[in-house]
Design a protein around this ligand. Structure first.
Ligand SMILES: *Cc1c(COP(=O)(O)O)cnc(C)c1O
Length: 379
């Protein structure tokens, strides 16, 4: 049986190949490999798409988060609130500034930061909140911005998984004081290597990030503060610009696949399909279901040559490197429970309807033999 994988970049390549090869040739002929017009053009394109005034290209999504935190002056002694249910980089970058990551549990339906629980985590040392738009669904930004405004905190969106997503008709990337994107090859817009972007509508912050990405240089060989080499290379910018025109159709296909899965799995009581808030449009970076005995279902799918993923198996407050933060098992029950029950299904745009039916069919068949939901006390 033909394997169905979580990602299929080889099938996608012919669709973008011509544009990408032209772009690469332009860079080769220019022999200009850092900065230049391709980077500036790609920045303008992302600013336009997100609705933010500025976009500053960065070497990776991780460095985008780090440089945004640095630009807000976040440093040792500060606290930054975020979710424990995210990719490591979100909290890793907070720690690298010297600040303390302070975790707040997630909402059961969206897997995103629960605004109701944020207030209790704010102290006089809190400087910022970093909500993550997990799997492509935006966090509850109105509630988060409201809390932040009242407490004088900055809001930095981790929008690494959300290029093309919207919240109340506003685009991810324009919903906080700054936002960070990733163009890692597995993301909805993926480069041929590492890449990232910070977006913001704050002129002074944008200027500061441009300086920080180039070792804090304000005038040539004049360093007002310490930054790093956070630059995006020209080749990636050119490739990403060439791929960008395909993003909307790829995201539309992801949404259609998500709809199809949710219809096909609607009558399986032991499976909870993703819940997208009415005012949100997700780019479905991942399509993630919840089920008991997740590992058994995963084994069954593997046996049927169907890929799946667990994002994320260990909430960050339980990672060994964060032991010194003093968190324990049981501190964030929704995140911990979700980590045990979540399973992401293939949702990349190259899947055809038959693939989606086969994946859903395997799940329906497996779950009909599994313990019914009532017996476990869940619905
Ligand atoms: C991918 C990702 C990052 C990091 O981006 P890189 O480009 O891999 O450094 C950060 N946060 C989240 C939520 C991500 O998914």
């Amino acid at each position: 049986m033909k394997p169905i994988t979580m990602l299929d970049l080889k099938s996608e390549f012919p669709l973008v190949e011509q544009g990408v090869r032209t772009a690469i040739n332009e860079v080769l002929e220019s022999q200009h490999f850092v900065g230049g017009s391709h980077v500036a053009t790609f920045e303008e394109e992302i600013a336009l798409r997100t609705g933010a005034k500025h976009a500053i290209a960065i070497g990776s999504g991780t460095d985008a988060i780090l440089v945004a935190l640095m630009a807000f002056g976040i440093t040792s002694g500060d606290e930054v609130i975020t979710t424990p249910f995210t990719f490591f980089a979100t909290a890793g970058c907070i720690h690298r500034t010297g600040a303390k990551p302070v975790f707040v549990d997630i909402n059961q339906d969206t897997f995103n930061l629960d605004p109701e629980k944020i207030k209790a985590a704010i102290t006089p040392n809190t400087k910022a909140i970093v909500p993550v738009h997990l799997f492509g669904q935006c966090a509850d930004m109105d509630a988060i911005n409201d809390i932040a405004a009242k407490a004088g905190l900055k809001v930095i969106e981790d929008a690494a998984q959300a290029l093309g997503s919207s919240y109340k008709n506003k685009n991810a990337g324009s919903l906080g004081d700054a936002a960070c994107f990733s163009f890692y090859p597995t993301k909805n817009l993926g480069g041929f290597g590492e890449g990232g972007m910070v977006t913001t509508s704050d002129d002074a912050l944008a200027e500061r990030i441009r300086q920080l990405r180039n070792h804090g240089q304000t005038d040539q060989y004049h360093h007002q503060f310490i930054g790093g080499n956070f630059r995006l290379n020209t080749m990636q910018a050119a490739i990403l610009s060439a791929k960008l025109p395909h993003l909307d159709s790829f995201n539309t296909r992801r949404r259609a696949i998500a709809c199809q899965y949710s219809d096909l799995l609607a009558d399986v009581p032991s499976v909870q399909t993703p819940r997208v808030a009415a005012n949100c449009q997700s780019c479905f970076h991942q399509y993630s279901i919840l089920t008991d005995e997740r590992d058994k279902l995963r084994e069954h799918l593997t046996a049927e040559s169907i890929g799946s993923g667990i994002y994320y198996p260990i909430p960050l407050h339980l990672q060994p490197c964060f032991e010194n933060l003093g968190y324990h098992q049981g501190d964030f029950p929704v995140s911990e429970e979700t980590a045990k029950r979540i399973l992401s299904l293939p949702v990349h745009p190259m899947l055809d309807d038959a693939d989606v039916k086969r994946v859903a069919g395997c799940i329906v068949q497996h779950q009909s033999q599994a313990v019914p939901a009532e017996a476990t006390g869940r619905s």
